[in-house]
Design a protein around this ligand. Structure first.
Ligand code: ASP
Length: 310
């Protein structure tokens, strides 16, 4: 078997993330959470584990952190609930699993993987997904587990209005967001996972790009693995993650050029803001965004990095 490089990249959301509005403590907290998620995921790869396991481990850690809009730190919906979306995909057989609008689960990405591996379906929603979770032996957390005072105040500012807000709001001191991971393992397999609480004050069962295969998440062993974050409606319309893969497959673009074209041309043309992380079959990593910043980290045998700002 040919030995492949290993590579892992993670994100914790893109948006208006400015150094000027960050305190030293907050910055440290974000950096340390990203570092641990990165290390935990990378360890899986170093031990010969699969890309799927690596992205799941990294995303679970970020879901468990209140700093990010996923799992424990999920934003409040219009009804004051935490309705979470997640997806996962592997690039060999193009297997994928996703859940949307699920409540009470600490790690929606785990359930997405279970959908992929233990059901005949790709995407399960809401009560049905929760029933599947129960049948699979998942435990449910009480609402208090997800309560975060900062998120609650974000919701209070919009509550009762028709406005809904990206976790990366236009207010200069707000940001955070969806989490995701992409990996290449030592067997040459690629995988991607994304998890989110969506948008503050969302209603009507709004679902973003994160659980939609091809929009927020995609993996294909012949091209790349991609996980997105940003204004979900635009990422759905742009079929962003799949578009990156297509530009590599059909047009022969490098990972870097494909990401650049999608994030800075196609997405911006329709008004979308956000970013993505991607890794290709050679272990090249791209972390690109058209916002002020994106919480992100990467690691390969050649080096590693954690960054927040542009
Ligand atoms: N893309 C996510 C959504 O629209 C939000 C985010 O990335 O923070 O649900």
């Amino acid at each position: 078997m040919q030995a492949h490089k290993i590579a892992l990249a993670i994100h914790g959301g893109a948006g208006t993330i400015l150094k000027s509005s960050m305190t030293a403590d907050k910055e440290k907290a974000y950096q340390s959470a990203l570092k641990i998620a990165l290390e935990q995921g990378y360890q899986v790869l170093e031990n010969g584990g699969s890309a799927l396991d690596a992205v799941e481990v990294a995303v679970c850690f970020l879901e468990d952190s209140p700093l990010f809009n996923a799992g424990k730190g999920s934003v409040f919906s219009a009804e004051g609930r935490h309705e979470m979306d997640a997806s996962i995909m592997e690039g060999q057989k193009l297997m994928a699993g996703a859940v949307c609008s699920v409540e009470g689960l600490a790690n929606p990405v785990r359930l997405a993987r279970r959908v992929m591996e233990q059901s005949d379906h790709v995407m399960l929603a809401n009560k049905g997904a929760e029933q599947f979770a129960r049948e699979q032996g998942f435990e449910f957390e009480k609402a208090a587990y997800f309560h975060d005072e900062y998120r609650f105040q974000q919701w209070q500012a919009l509550r009762g209005s028709d406005k809904f807000q990206l976790d990366h709001s236009s207010k200069k001191d707000e940001k955070f967001g969806t989490v995701g991971a992409v990996a290449l393992d030592s067997t040459g397999c690629l995988a991607a996972a994304t998890s989110t609480g969506g948008m503050t004050n969302k209603k009507y069962g709004r679902i973003g790009d994160s659980p939609i295969i091809g929009a927020g998440t995609y993996a294909n062993n012949t091209t790349a693995a991609i996980s997105c974050t940003g204004s979900g409606e635009f990422f759905i319309r742009g079929v962003v993650a799949y578009d990156v893969s297509c530009l590599i497959e059909y047009k022969g673009l490098s990972l870097k050029d494909a990401c650049r074209e999608v994030v800075h041309q196609r997405l911006q043309k329709i008004g979308g803001d956000g970013g993505l992380i991607a890794v290709d079959t050679q272990g090249n990593i791209v972390l690109d965004f058209n916002t002020e910043g994106m919480y992100r980290g990467w690691k390969t045998p050649q080096g590693h990095g954690i960054e927040i700002y542009k």
